[in-house]
Structures are given as structure tokens and as C-alpha cells.
Ligand binder design. Structure first.
Ligand code: SF4
Length: 646
């Protein structure tokens, strides 16, 4: 196959009257049409940058503008050539601040067949910006497997035959070998067998252990026959409008992360403390939500113990000083000597607690990396594997159906399930459709044990029956995952520091009140762990980088604008308000543990009503109300959505 090559112009034509670009931007989007095998650089200007920032802000607008059907009443499906796969950074990517190599993937995902926004880190953001692009926008579908190679102005769609069938780590190894580059010199994001097989919860995995995992974005990449994106660390420079101010703001953010009680443990141990902390709240999902009482001594799950148990070394992302992200060596058991990525909290949860594997930490760490290699979302895998285990125990799924016996905590069996799902073998073909579709196919009583939202999204790896804010956020979100939480310094946006987490009305007001911040963070090109500082600090960094004067209220307004745009794409995708609810098991009442008897189902309708009222959306149609849109400066969207009624 002849590679399609673009020699992007080193100097773009400046339209008459155009203003100088803000600092921190390259000013170019890399467009890739896989059907036509064409790549080209597209300029974008200061006004769009200020309005959309980058990341999910930019991605949401591209989805809105480019994926509509039926005159704006419908939307393309996830597997349509016109679906867009947007791999976006943001203004902070490539600059000297912690966590500034962020990748935000925005697309119509295969899980909900609606919009999604999901983040990862590593070296993607930095390498792309240094190559001269702020984002990649992929459209069309290739006939043959290709990978996208970027090396400054050389952009090529290359034959990926030699990569097909390889897992994500093997793919990265092969591309390093093919290019003679290693480590951060070449950032690789790819799909493994699950993405190739269009598994509806396939993820995009990169740089050995970083995962954009939500809503089947890996299946979108698979449908486009794009096996990988490989970006050589470019040689172009980035300009900060106020370099001294940027370094000062970045220093203050680092100080905050090291010392603020709300971020300190994250700085020291990443997300490891989550296991023990959440178990104390009844929010650690154990054995598919069948219990909230750990059957073992939890001291072995304390963060220092987890890290001490493995030989490890830091594997931090570009320019990041957090003590997070490690490569570990398995010390004992069947996989002794294997190198794995230290699991995040969600890895311990999805590859461990949710499936009843609570003692074999070596086995769980290994299984978690197997999921990354196959490119399966660890959260949804936890729900589906735990569900199969429970259904087998109860006789709802027979040994003959599955092909073997799978019991709680069976790591080998879970690994077998990964292979079956990733390659759609046997019963794995059904499971590859995701929890919701598999459960609906089998019907009750199996269906009643499955954890999902009625839209088809998989919850994050918590027991949300003890975190009603996250359940409400997951069910109403326009991104197929959390859109508003986790709350960071809520008082800064006028919300209380604490609420009664089992008071549905207070929870709904809180989630509506903090709405906006997260979309702002996900537009910066920064990691969500290094944005756990006050918005004021993030504004200082962004303003120093760009030369803008963004204020805290403006960040919230920006995030809510982005949420409204995603909501409209979501409605176009057929996500009506009646789907905004948890499945029977997801919305059930815990039978034991700290949240025993707390019945979210009894308050659900009131919670959703309150949320709608607070965010200013129409409860019946799900549409943002004209007044809400106008207050956000989205008059054009009000007209699109409401016509003359706007
Ligand atoms: S906090 Fe962790 S994931 Fe985030 S940028 Fe730093 S090392 Fe990477």
C-alpha cells in the first residue's frame, strides 16, 4: 500500500484580518480521511480557541457540527464512516506543568451509541503539540488496516498488516522496533484484539498502561481500521504568552498537590488508597454488588503495602512529578517475573474486587495488564465477569453455555474470558456486546443481576449505591461516564464542602452545582489528577500560557456550554430522558455494609427532577431550555434546538 502523505505547510496562510494566535497553541488541526486516504492540516483561529479551548470542548463542537443526520434531528451511529474520532490535546499540553500531556478522545461511542469523552496521558499530548498539531480529527473508514504515523510535517497512513492480531503492548514494541525509537521518543496509542473485533467496551491504550477507556472508543478505532497512532516527539517549539507566570502557576499547582489534604495521598500513592477508603464507605464494589463487607483483613490493601509488595519503578507521564504510574514486577505465583503496569484503583476494583479476587494481588495486577493489552475497559469487564460468575453460581448461565465453570475470584477463568470476549469466541461473542445488551438478551432473572445504565454505559469502578452523586452523574451525563464529579474544592463554585450523601435532593443540587468544572479540566490537555487544585490556579496557568484573562466563573460557564452541546448530540443519538436510570441491580439497595438499607431507588425520581430543574433542562424532552442556552451564550444552539420557540 502506498502511504498517504501530507507535507503540512510550515507557514499557514493568514486570513486577512486574522489576529495573532494565543500562546500555547500550534494553530493547526490534523484532519485524516481514512476512506480517501488523505491527511491535511486545517487552521483554526483565536476565536474558536477561546470558545472551545481544546479537548472535550473542541471535540463536542466537532461532533455537533459534523455528525448530524436528518437535518439535525438524528446522528450518525458509532460504526458509520461519518463518525468522527477526535484525539485532542489542549493548550496546556507540552508546557512545563505536571500532567501536561493529556489526550481527550471524543467520539460517538459503541457502548451507548452516543457521545463520549474519555482521557488518557503518557506522552501523546506533548508529542503531538511538538509536531505542530493541537488535535487529530479522523473520519471515514479504511479498507485495509493502517496506522497513522506523525513525524513533524510528515504525516502518513501506513500499512498495519504486520500489527494485526497484536495486543497493545506488542503493537507498541513493534512500532518502536520499526522506527528505531523508544520511550517518550515515540508515543503510541493503539487497539488490541478487542478493538479489532469491535467489542463494544474496547478501549484505546497507549504508552504502556494509559487508557482512554470509556464507551467503546476502541471499537470506533477498530471500525475505521485504524490500528494505531504513532507520534514521534516533534521538534517544533511552543510559546507561552507569559513564561515566568506559567512556571509560577505550575509551581503553585505542584505545591498544592503535594500539600493539600485533598490531593496529598494522590500525589504520594496515586489512586491506590481508594481500595481501603471506599471499603469504609461501602463504595467498594464487591462480587458484583452482592455484598459490601470485605471477607479479608483490609490492611494488606493499604496503599503502602500494595506498592511495597512489588519491585517497581516510576513510569510517569511527560513532565509529571506525581508519585503515580509505576511498572511493577510480579513476585510470585503463576506470572512471577512478568512486568505489569501498577493497577489504578479501578484496576484493583474491576479486575479484583468486583469479581471476588480479593487475596491474590499479584494475580489481579497481572489480569489488569492483560485487560490493557487486549484493550478492554477494566470497569465494564469487572461488571460483565462478576455478572457471569454470579449467574453461574445461581444457575442462570450454565457451564455448557459458557464452555467452562467460572467461579468467584478465578483469575485464570477471568483471563480465559478476556480471550473469548476479545476475539468474540463462543459465548464471548455475546459478552462482547457489553453488559446491557448481553443481559437483555438473556432476560430475567440473569438481567436483574447486571450492572449498567439504561443508556448502555458502564459505571466507574465503585459501588454507586453508596455514592449517589456518581450514579446520578453517570445516568444523566452526555459523555457516557462521569461528567461532573469527582468534586474538587466545591466551595470555590459556591457549593457546600459536604452534603448528606443519602439525601437525594441535596445530592442532585450538588451535582448540578459543580457541573462545568470537569469539562473545563478535560479541555486543557492536562491529567485529571494534576488538575485537583483550585480553579483559580488553573486559570492562572491557562492565562499565562495563552495570554487570556479567563476567570473562575468563566470556566464553569465554559464547562456547562460544552455539556449542553454534548447533551444535544446525545439527544440526536436517541438518548431520551426515560433512559436516564440505573439497571435493577445498579439501583438496588445494599444488603450489608456501611450503606446497608440506603435505598437510592426510593429517591431516584425526585433526584432526577431536582437535577433537571437545577441545570435548566426540560424534564420531558431532555433539551436544555432556551433560557439556559441563552444564559450560556448559546443563542445559536437555542435556535437550532427550539426553532421559533427559542
Ligand atoms: S498524575 Fe499520573 S497519569 Fe497523571 S500525568 Fe502524572 S503520572 Fe500521568
Amino acid at each position: 500500500m502506498t502511504p498517504a502523505t501530507v507535507q503540512a505547510p510550515s507557514k499557514k496562510k493568514t486570513p486577512s484580518g486574522a489576529r495573532e494566535l494565543p500562546g500555547a497553541y500550534t494553530g493547526k488541526l490534523l484532519r485524516v480521511d481514512l476512506t480517501k486516504k488523505k491527511c491535511w492540516a486545517e487552521s483554526w483561529g483565536p476565536d474558536d480557541m477561546r470558545e472551545l479551548i481544546g479537548g472535550v470542548g473542541l471535540g463536542a463542537m466537532i461532533l455537533y457540527r459534523e455528525t448530524a443526520t436528518r437535518g439535525g434531528k438524528g446522528n450518525v451511529s458509532w460504526d458509520h464512516p461519518d463518525n468522527r474520532l477526535i484525539l485532542a490535546t489542549g493548550p496546556m499540553a507540552g508546557l512545563p506543568a505536571w500532567g501536561s500531556s493529556g489526550l481527550t478522545v471524543v467520539t460517538i461511542g459503541a457502548g451507548t451509541n452516543g457521545p463520549t469523552s474519555t482521557q488518557a496521558n503518557g506522552f501523546f499530548g506533548t508529542n503531538l503539540k511538538y509536531s505542530g498539531y493541537d488535535a487529530i480529527v479522523v473520519q471515514g473508514q479504511s479498507r485495509d488496516w493502517v496506522y497513522l504515523y506523525i513525524n513533524d510535517d510528515v504525516v502518513q497512513l501506513r500499512d498495519a498488516k504486520f500489527l494485526v492480531g497484536k495486543d497493545t503492548w506488542q503493537t507498541q514494541d513493534a512500532l518502536h522496533e520499526a522506527t528505531g525509537l523508544a520511550g517518550h521518543q515515540l508515543s503510541v496509542y493503539s487497539i488490541g484484539p478487542a478493538g479489532e473485533s469491535l467489542v463494544r467496551f474496547a478501549a484505546i491504550q497507549g504508552d504502556y498502561g494509559h487508557v482512554a477507556s470509556k464507551n467503546g472508543c476502541g471499537a470506533v478505532m477498530g471500525r475505521k481500521k485504524l490500528k494505531a497512532v504513532a507520534i514521534v516527539r516533534g521538534t517544533k517549539s511552543l510559546r507561552a504568552a507569559d513564561a515566568r507566570g506559567l512556571v509560577q502557576a505550575a509551581d503553585d499547582i505542584g505545591f498544592d498537590l503535594r500539600t493539600d489534604p485533598s490531593a496529598k495521598s494522590l500525589y504520594e500513592y496515586g489512586t491506590l488508597p481508594g481500595v481501603v477508603n471506599l471499603s469504609r464507605l461501602g463504595a467498594l464494589p464487591i462480587k458484583n454488588y452482592t455484598t459490601n463487607v470485605p471477607s479479608i483483613d483490609m490492611s494488606q490493601w493499604e496503599a503502602p503495602k500494595l506498592r511495597e509488595g512489588f519491585d517497581h519503578r516510576g513510569h510517569q507521564c511527560s513532565a509529571c512529578g506525581m508519585h503515580h504510574c509505576h511498572m511493577s514486577v510480579i513476585r510470585k505465583g503463576d506470572h512471577k517475573g512478568s512486568i505489569v503496569d501498577e493497577p489504578e484503583y479501578e484496576g484493583w476494583s474491576g479486575a479484583g474486587w468486583a469479581i471476588g479476587a480479593v487475596s491474590d494481588v499479584d494475580g489481579v495486577a497481572w489480569l489488569n495488564t492483560e485487560l490493557d493489552k487486549a484493550c478492554l475497559d477494566v470497569n465494564e469487564f469487572g461488571w460483565i465477569c462478576g455478572w457471569v460468575m454470579e449467574c453461574q453460581e445461581k444457575g442462570y448461565i450454565t457451564e455448557a453455555q459458557l464452555g467452562f465453570r467460572l467461579t468467584w475470584g478465578d483469575i485464570k477463568g477471568a483471563a480465559r474470558l478476556i480471550q473469548m470476549i476479545s476475539r468474540r469466541q463462543g459465548f464471548g461473542d455475546l459478552l462482547a456486546e457489553g453488559v446491557k445488551r448481553a443481559a437483555e438478551k438473556l432476560g430475567s432473572p440473569a438481567k436483574d443481576c447486571a450492572i449498567y445504565t439504561e443508556r448502555g454505559a458502564a459505571p466507574r469502578g465503585h459501588d454507586h449505591r453508596a455514592r449517589w452523586d456518581e450514579m446520578l452523574d453517570t445516568c444523566t451525563s452526555g459523555t457516557g461516564t462521569l461528567e461532573s464529579g469527582v468534586p474538587v474544592h466545591p466551595t470555590e463554585v459556591g457549593q457546600p464542602a459536604r452534603i448528606n450523601t443519602f439525601d437525594g435532593e441535596a445530592v442532585a443540587k450538588f451535582i448540578a452545582g459543580i457541573r462545568g468544572r470537569r469539562n473545563f479540566e478535560d479541555s486543557l490537555g492536562m491529567c485529571i489528577f494534576t488538575t485537583r487544585t483550585r480553579l483559580e490556579n488553573l486559570c492562572r496557568a491557562l492565562n499565562a500560557a495563552t495570554g487570556w484573562d479567563v476567570t473562575v466563573p468563566e470556566t464553569v460557564r465554559f464547562g456547562r456550554r460544552t455539556a449542553a452541546i454534548l447533551r444535544v448530540v446525545s439527544l440526536r443519538s436517541g438518548h431520551t430522558p426515560d433512559l436516564e436510570r440505573p439497571s435493577t441491580r445498579y439501583g438496588s439497595t445494599p444488603v450489608d455494609g456501611p450503606a446497608k438499607g440506603q435505598a437510592v431507588g426510593e429517591q431516584w425520581e425526585k433526584m432526577v427532577d431536582t437535577w433537571y430543574r437545577e441545570v435548566g433542562y426540560d424534564r420531558k424532552t431532555g433539551k436544555p431550555l432556551p433560557a439556559t442556552l441563552k444564559a450560556l451564550g448559546l443563542d445559536w444552539l437555542a435556535r437550532d434546538l427550539w426553532g421559533k420557540k427559542a
